[in-house]
Design a protein around this ligand. Structure first.
Ligand code: IPE
Ligand code: IPE
Ligand code: MG
Length: 240
């Protein structure tokens, strides 16, 4: 039987190249990227995925040309207005993960409003990482643990991280052909299965999602144990 990952995380990469290949401005690729995300959310909910975490804007993406950055900020506001009613209907609980201080007051208010409006939804948790970096997350968690005067252990740090409301991702997908983490979930991806897709994010569809889930099903997650231990534990579970 096919096992559906509880939590899927995605680095949605390749929007710019998708647009450039069509002689369009890069922001047209980002616009198409929002469509692709909307499709992906629906597909994940239909398959019974409980948590989807996507990388939408990294701490380092501020270094892009100013017109692309402002295009992305405007797109975020437009996407909120258009997509939140759809997410409501689909039972999606929305969270924005990342540093808010650098975002404009208008965006900050839009994010808080969207979160409050969808807080009661239970079908799928969607975490949108925006102005997020794995290093920022670990540093802000450490600062919070220090402020509480607690020891810096795994448990206290995990509790202070920005994704403390969900378990770690089981499957981490990156589209766009690049095989790197680019400061995404540095702590939380410790034992995620990695899947790299050559599809550009705007082209990512249900078939590619199913291919990633199929690949996940062919992996043996050992968490440091031996294969024999894992096989024995699986046998016991099936017998119970
Ligand atoms: C990912 O697509 C979206 C963001 C980083 C905002 P890119 O814009 O990085 O697309 P490529 O990698 O240039 O094709
Ligand atoms: C990672 O993509 C960030 C997002 C998808 C939001 P980048 O395009 O910024 O990554 P690099 O620069 O190729 O590593
Ligand atoms: Mg890129």
């Amino acid at each position: 039987m096919r096992q559906i990952p509880h939590h899927i995380a995605i680095v949605m990469d390749g929007n710019g190249r998708w647009a450039t290949r069509r002689l369009l401005p890069r922001v047209a690729g980002h616009r198409q990227g929002v469509e692709s995300l909307s499709r992906c959310v629906r597909a994940c909910a239909a398959r019974g995925v409980a948590v989807l975490t996507v990388f939408a804007f990294s701490s380092e993406n501020w270094n892009r040309p100013a017109d692309e950055v402002s295009g992305l900020m405007q797109l975020l506001l437009k996407a909120l207005a258009r997509e939140v009613p759809k997410l409501q209907r689909e039972g999606v609980q929305l969270h924005f993960v990342g540093e808010r201080a650098r975002l404009s007051p208008e965006i900050g208010a839009g994010l808080a409003e969207a979160e409050a409006a969808t807080a009661h939804n239970r079908r799928l948790v969607l975490n949108v990482c925006f102005n997020y970096g794995g290093r920022w997350d670990i540093a802000q968690a450490a600062a919070r643990v220090a402020a509480q005067g607690l020891p810096f252990d795994d448990e206290n740090l995990s509790r202070a991280l920005a994704l403390a409301h969900v378990p770690d991702p089981d499957l981490l997908i990156r589209t766009g052909g690049e095989q790197r983490i680019s400061n995404f979930l540095l702590w939380q991806a410790a034992y995620s299965e990695l899947y790299f897709s050559d599809k550009l994010w705007p082209e990512f569809d249900e078939d590619e999602l199913d291919a990633a889930i199929a690949a996940f099903n062919r992996r043996e997650r050992r968490f440091g144990k031996t294969s024999a231990q894992v096989t024995a534990a699986d046998g016991e579970r099936q017998a119970a």
